[in-house]
Design a protein around this ligand. Structure first.
Ligand code: SDX
Length: 429
């Protein structure tokens, strides 16, 4: 890292003046290296890491003010329209787009790892049929290291790649199994002749009783949803994977930790929460929608407009734009352009983009606002929405894990501002 400037920290009422190096990125904000503060016995304080760069990375860049998202320098809008999820996986992992032979080899490698060990089916028997599929995903993915411990030398780049391919390949299989388990239908094995999104839908919706053709409208929409959710810099779940990985834990355990973090409604659970919110709003009458808008603005009311706001984007989430277009396309092609949930969503967006409360706080629709409407139109149940987000984000998680491990491990260990009791002795009794 190139030191481009120096910050000087002068602490009043003392002679202390500390020089802090400033590093400049290839694009984006400069960072101040605060590590010299430790020698002075001072910590930085930044709950929620609002202004903390926890690592150096070259995978994804976000400009929250200008609504920019790039993966290895390629704008998400272009990737979502012209690339494929498997090609994007290659780009995120290796840093460059594959040529045709590299793509063919990588795609074949993924297709040939989609099966899971037959005994993994036994995991599911321990869950109730009404278990949330995210609970199942957390448990089963965490247990994968019990089956795939043949290549878990994190210091070996080839072992790291084998685990990355296994995770990207097996997530749709496990996700589809969690859906089938809830239905009480038999698991459907993956097919190597189908593309990634097609295969996922096939494993979810086909049954042994009849042949099943995946609707191309659905597979194209799902492919785009997978690409739009693939990676997003140091978000909460990716930071969780990095922190878990910094201890040297195996990649399956780290991804399971990421799945757990993603589940929260403030993060990846928002897509499910958006549909539950639209169901709660019910009718699209003006006074009813306004009532919910007023509730979202009321600090004393816990109701939030799910799918709005973002820690980084102070303008439109570029993924939401593409998602909205995809939503319109899918519903039109399915003859559901007049979907009542879509009507409510569009009215909410219109009001929020004009209302001072949202404008002042820069609360725009985020990636989760429209994705659930598309998934529901495809017949996917609400409780599978975050599962699909997790399937997509697995490549982002494992690319960041790989980047961190390759760069040399330093265990993550934040400090605190202690506000508890001073020393006191245990009372004599
Ligand atoms: C994802 O980090 C990533 O990159 C995440 C993600 C990814 O790809 O990994 O992009 C995916 O998680 C998208 C976000 C999905 N979450 C939601 O849609 C849930 C609804 N949104 C909020 O919970 C919230 O906006 C967050 C959690 C997304 C961001 O919260 P921040 O940055 O901590 O902001 P904040 O909670 O401090 O809010 C600032 C103000 C507050 O009001 P005041 O205290 O100023 O009066 O804005 C208000 C909040 O009350 N506010 C909202 C709101 N979001 C923030 N008010 C109503 N509805 C909302 N949705």
């Amino acid at each position: 890292m190139l030191v481009t400037r120096t910050a000087r920290l002068v602490i009043d009422d003392s002679e202390v003046s500390i020089e802090l190096p400033i590093y400049s990125p290839s694009i984006g904000q400069d960072v101040i290296d605060v590590r010299p503060l430790t020698a002075e016995g001072i910590f930085t304080y930044d709950p929620g890491f609002v202004s903390t760069a926890a690592c150096e990375s070259s995978i994804t860049f976000i400009d929250g003010d200008r609504g920019i998202l790039m993966h290895r320098g390629y704008p998400i809008e272009q990737l979502a329209r012209h690339s494929s999820y498997v090609e994007l996986c290659y780009l995120l992992l290796f840093g460059e787009l594959p040529n045709s032979s590299q793509y063919t080899e990588f795609d074949a490698r993924v297709r040939n790892h989609t099966l899971v060990h037959a005994q993994i089916a036994n995991f599911f028997q321990g869950f109730r049929r009404d278990a949330h599929p995210m609970a199942i995903l957390c448990g089963v993915v965490g247990g994968l290291s019990a089956f795939y411990h043949d290549h878990t030398d994190n210091s070996d780049p080839e072992d790291r790649l084998i685990s990355a391919v296994r995770l990207v390949a097996k997530m749709p299989t496990i996700a589809a199994m969690s859906y089938k388990y809830a239905l009480g239908q038999p698991f459907r094995p993956p097919r190597n002749d189908l593309k990634y999104a097609e295969n996922f839908l096939y494993m979810m919706f086909s049954t042994p009783c009849e042949s099943y053709e995946v609707n191309p409208v659905y597979s194209k929409a799902l492919e785009r949803i997978l690409m739009l959710h693939a990676d997003h810099e140091q978000n909460a779940s990716t930071s969780t994977v990095r922190l878990a990985g910094s201890t040297g834990a195996n990649p399956f355990a780290c991804i399971s930790a990421g799945i757990a973090a993603l589940w929260g409604p403030a993060h990846g659970g928002a897509n499910e929460a958006v549909l539950n919110m639209l169901d709660e709003i019910g009718d699209d009458s003006e006074e009813n929608i306004q009532r919910f808008i007023d509730r979202a603005k009321d600090r004393n009311d816990p109701f939030r407009l799910m799918g709005f706001g973002h820690r980084v984007y102070n303008s439109f989430d570029p993924r939401a734009r593409v998602m909205k277009e995809t939503c319109d396309e899918v519903l039109a092609e399915l003859g559901k352009a007049d979907d009542p949930k879509l009507r409510i969503a569009k009215r909410l967006e219109q009001i929020a983009l004009e209302d001072e409360y949202f404008v002042q706080r820069k609360l725009y629709p985020n990636v989760d606002f429209y994705s659930g409407i598309i998934l529901r139109a495809m017949g996917i149940p609400t409780n599978m929405f975050t599962v699909i987000f997790a399937v997509s984000r697995t490549i982002g998680w494992i690319a960041h894990w790989n980047e961190m491990v390759a760069g040399g491990l330093k265990i993550g260990r934040p400090r605190q501002l202690y506000s508890g009791e001073k020393r006191r002795d245990y009372p004599a009794r």
